[in-house]
Design a binder for this molecule. Structure first.
Ligand SMILES: Nc1nc2c(c(=O)[nH]1)N=C([C@H](O)[C@H](O)COP(=O)(O)OP(=O)(O)OP(=O)(O)O)CN2
Ligand SMILES: [Zn+2]
Length: 136
């Protein structure tokens, strides 16, 4: 039996959407208020979903306590209350859009899971804007 287990998490972060090789005018045209040079913040809501077979001995796809600890160590401690552009290595040369943040989160969590498990990351940037990534 293939089942999906999920864990929700939360972090706050500041960012600015822009390209350094574009003028302020073009950045403002493309990214609007999200390109404010003084940055702005979001309350990100994250759902991490892991899909796999139920272990017949434990009844778990994976222990949700273990998943909680992975999310805390890899994501919350790494991103919470950070300026993504300035303080997070991956975004020094990568626009911190919701899409790119979801991919970075996926790439940090996936190696911590058993290879037989599939991972899906859903990231809400606002209550109504969200992205989903399940690997390439
Ligand atoms: N494809 C994407 N489009 C946009 C992204 C993104 O990451 N990927 N990001 C932004 C802004 O950073 C931000 O998310 C949008 O904020 P805002 O315009 O305030 O959102 P809303 O006004 O729509 O807020 P709601 O609460 O959802 O109404 C823009 N585009
Ligand atoms: Zn934003």
């Amino acid at each position: 039996m293939i089942v999906t287990v999920s864990r929700k998490a939360h972090f706050n972060a500041a960012h600015r959407l822009f390209r350094a090789d574009w003028s302020d005018k073009k950045n403002a045209e493309v990214f609007g208020k999200c390109s404010n040079p003084n940055y702005h913040g979001h309350n990100y809501e994250l759902t991490v979903s892991v899909t796999g077979k139920i272990d017949q001995e434990t009844g778990f796809v994976m222990d949700l306590k273990v998943l909680k600890d992975i999310i805390k160590d890899e994501i919350e401690d790494y991103l919470d209350h950070k300026n993504l552009n300035i303080e997070v290595e991956e975004f020094k040369a990568l626009n911190p859009t919701a899409e790119n943040i979801a991919v970075v989160i996926y790439d940090k969590i996936k190696p911590k899971l058993k290879p037989t498990l599939d991972l899906t990351v859903t990231l809400y940037e606002t209550p109504r804007n969200f992205v989903t990534y399940s690997g390439a």
